[in-house]
Design a protein around this ligand. Sequence first.
Ligand code: GRF
Length: 208
Amino acid sequence: MNDKFRLGVLGSGKGSNFVAIADAVAAGKIPAEVAVVLSDVESAGILARARDRKTSAQFVPPGKFRTKLDEEAEGAFVSALREAQVDLIVLAGFMRVLKGDFLGAFEGRIVNIHPSLLPSFPGLEAWKQALDHGVKVTGCTVHFVDAGVDCGPIIGQQTVPVLDTDTPESLHQRIHTAEHQLYPKCVAAIARGEISVAGRRVIWKKQV
Ligand code: GRF
């Protein structure tokens, strides 16, 4: 039996959000441990960053599709997460849409971070969509994952100003910095059991 709250982190890219969460765990700010890091990209920075920290890290081949996992791959991800006995799955730049069987296996226990204030600008390059649209404020959103894309119940949001001098890169960088603050706070609240969900509304027992 494991008594610590166990996180399974999935990512396809650099892994800076994984690092922010792992740092918060190490600093005692999240009462949890990172049980496993999984990636669909063998060369992903997130796997190297996990291994640097002596965290179990595994490449799981994603199968034949580009934007989702095929059946065999989905089974392999689910098995690895079950084996690691995870309580919460943290998507940190995982670039594939999760489907029915995966969602059913971990219902209400999957969270994601998206680089805009949802429901504005779901989908790819949300920072660029925000800049092109001309909004003056954007940000990031942590939400539960449901069958839609970037549309489950919202756990937390952090705003970021859009400056007249911004390029897509500078705005993305500022959003990333906000993500590294917001994601650990949301994961900590879930690990502490301080969050409940009523329909689309996520209620924090203690506001931070
Ligand atoms: C973040 O911008 C996140 O919002 C999006 O993917 C990116 C992951 O970045 N879902 P990193 O791999 O954590 O650095």
